[in-house]
Design a protein around this ligand. Structure first.
Ligand code: FAD
Length: 384
């Protein structure tokens, strides 16, 4: 039986929109509140690994994703200074057969547009320019407040889901604690650049670089991860320091960095909140578990969260608090394991000296088949 009062979703990012679609498919009414007055092109590229692709395909979004994005042939790890291949893993047909879903790459804005259209088609209301500011528990669920251009709006609902990203205001209201800064920054650029249809990970001392094509027009996503300060005093000096790190890297990397215009870097966060939920309030995506991007799994986990949460709510529509605790228990082990592996990947990617030699030897010895086997628990995971 569908819940009569709506479920409020704070944040129309990847997790919030996926949740809205998943709930609509289960005939559970939801309203999405988004702080931004318009959904602009924020972010850059996203890899959509098979564990998330499978869920989006289940919503019938596969053709739209393939139209707007790309499917890579493989992932290659390269020595960023010597321009030498270290290891490779198939991501094309072999990967699709193994994990029963394709690996995709797309601009975040294109994915968000596809999700907005699907949510609206399913009848979901999305209110833009509505910033979540407060929530109180009531006998019947929650009363949440949103700042809008015309003043404060208060809404009664059966539940609230915070999908408002790493700096979540909903998490703050839950007493969820601060983010943990990783000590690293991600510099992102989208550059017109001819490149192989693959995910390339260039490894080197203290830094690494990830590139992949985003669409059929030849746009390349470039992510550079470096050590750095969360709030640098001088942005120009900060950017100059980043470029200087690559001075003795191989010429393809230097050419790419010279050709790319990077905006302000994204500080990379980590950690699990002290409280992920309370009563009829819970969190999904980066609000619940900010994750370093070294496994390309942050948006994928948000999509998994949304599908698991919608399934729990559909089972217990009259008791969202119980559905939320069941969802939180279900997700805890998975998200911690992916967060930890992602953190460890970052450490491996930026090794130097003997550590880097040992890493390269280990990756070479593994070979593509064993590398795929190592990813089974991530890409083969079936949420919901
Ligand atoms: C460099 C880098 C590369 C990455 N690459 C990948 C990748 O390849 N694959 C992958 O799966 N993940 C990747 N990620 C992670 C991914 O971007 C995030 O994990 C994902 O976007 C989280 O989705 P979300 O819905 O939780 O939050 P978001 O997508 O951040 O959305 C949050 C939304 O909430 C809104 N909002 C914020 N505050 C409020 C408020 N108070 N009220 C209302 N609305 C609010 C925001 O405007 C936004 O629209 C990468 C991250 C980085 C930094």
């Amino acid at each position: 039986m569908p819940a009569k009062r709506p479920i409020l979703i704070a944040g129309a990012g990847i997790g919030g929109l996926t949740l809205a679609i998943a709930l609509a498919r289960k005939r559970l009414p939801a309203i999405v509140f988004e702080r931004a007055p318009v959904l602009e092109e924020i972010g850059a590229g996203l890899q959509i690994p098979p564990n998330a692709s499978r869920l989006l395909d289940g919503f019938g979004l596969g053709p739209a994703l393939d139209e707007a994005g790309m499917r890579p042939g493989e992932a290659r790890m390269l020595d960023g200074r010597a321009d030498r291949l270290i290891a490779q893993m198939p991501l094309g047909r072999d990967a699709e057969e193994r994990w029963s879903a394709p690996y995709r790459m797309i601009h975040r804005a294109a994915l968000q547009k596809i999700l907005v259209e699907a949510a609206q088609k399913a009848g979901v209301e999305i209110r833009l320019g509505a910033e979540f500011s407060d929530v109180a528990e009531t006998d019947k669920g929650v009363t949440a407040s949103f700042r809008t251009a015309s003043g404060n709006e208060t809404v009664d609902a059966c539940a609230l889901v915070g999908s408002d990203g790493a700096r979540s205001a909903v998490r703050t209201k839950l007493g969820g604690g601060d983010l943990v800064f990783s000590g690293h920054l991600a510099w992102r650029a989208v550059t017109k650049f001819s490149a192989r249809n693959e995910v390339s990970i260039w490894l080197g001392p203290r830094a690494h670089l990830v590139t992949y094509p985003l669409d059929k027009s030849g746009m390349l996503n470039v992510v550079v991860c470096t050590p750095g300060s969360e709030r640098p005093e001088d942005e120009h000096e900060n950017a100059a320091k980043m470029r200087a790190l690559f001075r003795d890297w191989c010429s393809p990397v230097r050419t790419l960095i010279d050709a790319s215009e990077f905006g302000a870097p994204w500080p990379l966060y980590d950690g699990i909140p002290k409280h992920m939920g309370k009563g009829a309030i819970t969190l999904i995506g980066d609000a619940a578990h900010p994750i370093q991007p070294h496994m390309a799994q942050g948006a994928a986990l948000a999509i998994e969260d949304a599908v698991v949460l919608s399934a729990r709510l559909a089972k217990m529509p009259s008791d969202p608090a119980r559905a939320f605790r069941s969802y939180e228990t279900d997700r805890a082990e998975r998200v911690r394991a992916v967060q930890a592996t992602s953190r460890r990947n970052g450490e491996l990617f930026r090794m130097s000296g003997l550590g880097a030699m040992a890493r390269n030897g280990m990756l070479r010895a593994l070979g593509p088949k064993a590398m795929m086997t190592q990813m089974d628990w991530v890409y083969g995971y079936r949420a919901g």
